[in-house]
Design a protein around this ligand. Structure first.
Ligand SMILES: Cc1cc2nc3c(=O)[nH]c(=O)nc-3n(C[C@H](O)[C@H](O)[C@H](O)COP(=O)(O)OP(=O)(O)OC[C@H]3O[C@@H](n4cnc5c(N)ncnc54)[C@H](O)[C@@H]3O)c2cc1C
Length: 567
């Protein structure tokens, strides 16, 4: 076992983790741990659209109103205010680091509005991929000699007497076990989309940090709220970004009907993601899907429509990306044929409960990015608000952690917790049980997709919970079939599965209890929003592996009280 010490240790080298590190490393010693190299973090696959809230002189209210309406009024409005106030100054800071945003010839930043919004506050990085954000921030950290622990899998948080004292991690390359002591830990480990069989998320999005924090006593919040993006390529989960619809692509069913008129007469395909996805799934479920299985997105006229703009890199980049994805993965020509799409899991609105400074209920433990739940996204995230959340709340968590450690001491770590983690890994390595990890994982993902995705009901959710609990039992009797210490991916898969199972249980439990339709959570047996009983956040407390304890807390409402939500 190897022991290391830092002032602050950050779990995750995606956008939120790197942003937190960039700001905290100016004053304190930072170590950053990631199960993949930073440039393989999930953020790099994002198209790189983020909201810069109204520039100086513009009114921030419309952006806030639309974000909150999009979130079906479950958003904590203090967090939305942060997004509206700090977006523009953050853009300037990112530019100063070397990130380039699309601008017009006269120098103005090009902005557009994603689904569900009319305010033109979203901008896009010049390369068209969020990789640009990751690479630039990573450079800043190399410059400041931050310590990277790449391809290290964090297995637990070391918490004693309600104070976080560090982490345990497993070096994937050689199987060495590490204790990394710290005065503060920031979790920035991304979402858990791999709970579902149909998802646009990378294979590494297994919600590890969320589950690890949960087992260490951190509260989780709003876990039942999972976003399903309308357009993932049928059969692959690859995202056809919202830009396809922003530019005029539209959805048709098997009868060639442009059906979104029925579900969102004004916004149509440009309604928020929950509304469009639910509309699409209804078409498929009611027998109007193409070949009974998918919806077509019609992009055939786009190149003609934008032919004069094709020399503008931003347009060419986008069209080329759509064309390439459709050709390589669906074998269709976007200029001549419909592209087959279905809704797929895309974003985790719930997560580790934090305030607007990234603080959790565990002292010394902070969280930011998709793994966290500040309450900013409510019941449905609006497009481009995730990367904004990562940079703004990542920065805030970094600042707060650096401030916290000035008064904190390096505390002793609980040796018994370290020993039990070591024992867990050794037990897995020598496991000879009856169940195969990949089979449990596949059954979990299929079950979650079948009973706990776009449309949910009491009977299905009860069945889902029973199956998840059964799979948790089977997990205790697994066989990973590989005891080697070098790049043992079977071990990593098993550790991830444990985390997925814990997250799945919270999602189903929250969904089963919430008897209403709000945003992305649609109960067929309770199809209306119910503010009287359900305008509140769900909170999940770890219960020693038994059914989590569920409680509720009020939504922070300031200037935008709930209204009917029409698009
Ligand atoms: C295809 C796609 C396109 C998108 N496009 C956009 C967009 O244009 N605009 C927008 O706003 N949002 C977009 N999103 C959402 C957005 O990309 C994510 O919400 C965001 O990138 C999450 O960043 P993060 O830093 O929180 O986590 P991630 O980028 O997922 O990083 C997580 C980090 O945690 C590390 N980690 C996880 N578990 C462990 C562990 N056990 N041990 C050690 N390290 C661990 C990983 O190695 C990684 O470094 C998109 C999402 C998808 C799926």
């Amino acid at each position: 076992m190897i022991t290391k010490v830092h002032d602050v240790v950050i779990v995750g080298a995606g956008l939120a983790g790197l942003r937190a590190a960039e700001v905290s490393c100016k004053t304190v010693d930072v170590g950053i741990v990631s199960k993949v190299y930073p440039v393989r973090s999930h953020t790099v696959s994002a198209t790189g659209a983020l909201h810069i809230s109204p520039a100086p002189g513009e009114d921030p209210n419309e952006y806030m109103r639309e974000t909150i309406k999009g979130g079906d009024y479950l958003n904590d409005q203090d967090a939305v205010e942060v997004m509206a106030e700090e977006g523009f100054p953050e853009l300037i800071r990112l530019e100063d680091m070397g990130i380039v945003f699309h601008r017009t010839i006269s120098g103005a930043i090009i902005r557009s509005s994603p689904g569900g919004m009319t305010t033109r506050t979203a901008t896009i990085v010049s390369s068209g991929w969020a990789q640009e954000l990751v690479c630039t921030l990573q450079e800043q950290l190399y410059k400041r000699r931050v310590t990277f622990y790449n391809e290290f899998f964090v297995t637990s948080l070391l918490v004693k007497d309600g104070i976080c004292r560090g982490i345990t991690a497993y070096d994937i390359a050689d199987g060495e076990f590490y204790v990394i002591r710290a005065k503060a830990v920031i979790i920035a480990s991304g979402g858990g989309g791999r709970v579902y069989s149909v998802t646009s998320n990378s294979h590494i999005c297994t919600g590890d940090g969320t589950a690890i924090a949960f087992r260490a006593g951190a509260l989780l919040k709003d876990m039942e709220f999972v976003q399903f993006h309308p357009t993932v390529l049928y059969g692959t989960g690859i995202l056809i970004s919202e830009t396809a619809r922003v530019l005029g692509g539209y959805l048709v069913n098997a009868q060639g009907e442009r059906f979104m008129d029925k579900y969102a007469p004004h916004f149509k395909e440009m309604a928020p993601r929950d509304v469009v996805s639910q509309g699409m799934q209804k078409e498929i479920d009611e027998g109007r899907g193409i070949e009974g299985k998918y919806i077509g997105i019609d992009l055939r006229l786009l190149r003609k429509r934008f032919r004069r703009s094709m020399n503008i890199p931003m347009f060419k980049q986008r069209f080329d990306a759509f064309a390439e994805l459709a050709k390589n993965f669906a074998f269709v020509d976007i200029d001549k044929e419909l592209v087959p799409v279905i809704p797929g899991e895309h974003f985790t609105m719930g997560g580790i409960k934090t305030n607007i400074w990234g603080e959790t209920n565990v002292k010394g433990l902070f969280a930011a990015g998709e793994c966290a739940c500040t309450g900013v996204q409510g019941a449905n995230r609006e497009g481009a608000n995730a990367l904004t959340e990562c940079v703004l709340f990542g920065r805030r968590a970094g600042l707060k952690a650096a401030e916290f450690i000035k008064k904190a001491e390096l505390l002793d770590f609980p040796l018994e917790s370290v020993n039990s983690e070591l024992e867990k890994i050794n037990t897995l390595l020598s496991s000879k049980g009856n169940y195969d990890v990949s089979k449990i994982r596949t059954q979990l993902q299929d079950t979650m997709w079948k009973y706990s995705s776009l449309f949910r009901n009491q009977q299905g959710l009860e069945k889902c919970l029973r199956i998840v609990k059964d799979l948790k039992e089977k997990f205790k009797d697994i066989n990973i079939g590989d005891s080697s210490k070098t790049f043992n991916t079977a071990l990593i898969y098993a550790l991830e599965l444990e985390n997925l199972l814990d997250l799945a249980e919270c999602i189903v439990l929250g969904a089963l209890n919430r008897k209403e339709h709000r945003g992305a959570h649609y109960r067929e047996d309770f199809p209306e929003r119910d503010d009287e009983n359900w305008l509140k956040h769900s909170l999940f407390t770890y219960n020693n592996g038994n059914t989590p304890i569920l409680s509720y807390e009020p939504v922070i409402i300031k200037d935008f009280p709930p209204k009917a939500r029409e698009y």
